[in-house]
Design a protein around this ligand. Structure first.
Ligand code: MG
Length: 297
């Protein structure tokens, strides 16, 4: 099954997080940056040296992140209830409110080729007893997928019918947006990924998606250059076709939160999974527009 999609075995590169999340490959430093959310810090792995260092601490519970066209990192902060930009260590707010209400706790983010910033806003960083932020109210009364346009600044609720939208990724031509919903049976819905057609500035259900069994949340996902979906699924990474046929499953020793493509040629899959960062070599790479890597074919 899927023997051409990965090459070699899974490597554990770092362990010592409480809940690792939000990986992105940073081309300017040739490193993988990710969040250790409950420890309130950001870590960075350098594949050239095989070492991990703390990139920043006291970061207000960052979660998912992506790369903008200018090479800066755009990330979600549960604690600041906002999406923010990190340009060479200088962190500035992008968006923190919707119609006068604070956001919940932005979870994951992607940037479209037109520069618009799409992010999910479930409540995990404001729930009672949270270790991933600060307790607080859901001020606008939902958990939406938003599109933020930087200039002039507008924030639009694009998807309002998911319970806890979480990971998200576009198809290579950006005609489809895949969104994970991690609410699950306790909220009367299955763990699932739902596909939306993106057309004329609107999102509408595409009628496709996949339901995952309990304990196998599709928290974070990425789409490769051939349009396949690489998603966390409990203690595994699953790879689906755009029609959601299962192509392969990579077993991981811990619960997986998220993935990203990276490495010098963009073909390494980095996996954040509970306490650890893992890597496996693949035969593909991320869509070039969202994870530019030099020397790829
Ligand atoms: Mg997430």
């Amino acid at each position: 099954m899927g023997d051409t999609l990965t090459v070699g075995g899974l490597e554990r590169l770092y362990t010592g997080s409480i809940w690792a999340e939000g990986p992105v490959w940073v081309p300017s430093s040739q490193t993988v940056r990710w969040s250790d959310i409950p420890n309130n810090r950001i870590l960075e792995f350098d594949p050239a040296t095989g070492t991990t260092q703390e990139y920043a601490g006291g970061v207000e519970y960052t979660n998912g992140r992506t790369l903008d066209a200018d090479g800066s990192v755009v990330q979600c902060s549960h604690g600041r209830r906002r999406v923010e930009r990190d340009r060479d260590g200088r962190v500035t707010a992008l968006v923190d409110s919707f119609q006068g209400c604070r956001l919940n706790s932005p979870n994951d983010v992607v940037i479209a080729s037109d520069g618009s910033v799409w992010f999910t806003d479930p409540p995990y960083g404001i729930l009672p007893g949270t270790r991933e932020g600060h307790e607080g109210d859901q001020e606008y009364g939902g958990c939406y997928v938003f599109r933020f346009e930087p200039g002039p600044e507008t924030l639009t609720a694009m998807i309002t019918d998911l319970v806890h939208p979480n990971g998200l990724a576009f198809s290579p031509d950006e005609s489809v947006l895949y969104v994970a919903d991690t609410a699950g049976p306790g909220y009367g819905v299955p763990l699932r990924i739902v596909a939306y057609d993106v057309r004329d500035g609107q999102c509408s259900p595409a009628g496709t998606g996949v339901e995952l069994e309990e304990g196998c949340a599709a928290d974070g996902l990425r789409v490769d250059v051939q349009g396949r979906i690489w998603t966390s699924a409990g203690p595994a990474v699953r790879i689906y076709t755009p029609a959601f046929e299962l192509l392969d499953s990579i077993a991981v020793p811990e619960t997986v939160s998220n993935v990203c493509f990276g490495g010098p040629d963009g073909r390494d899959l980095y996996i954040t999974a509970t306490t650890s960062l893992y890597r496996i070599r693949t035969a593909t790479r991320d869509t070039a527009s969202r994870n530019p890597a030099p020397n790829h074919d």
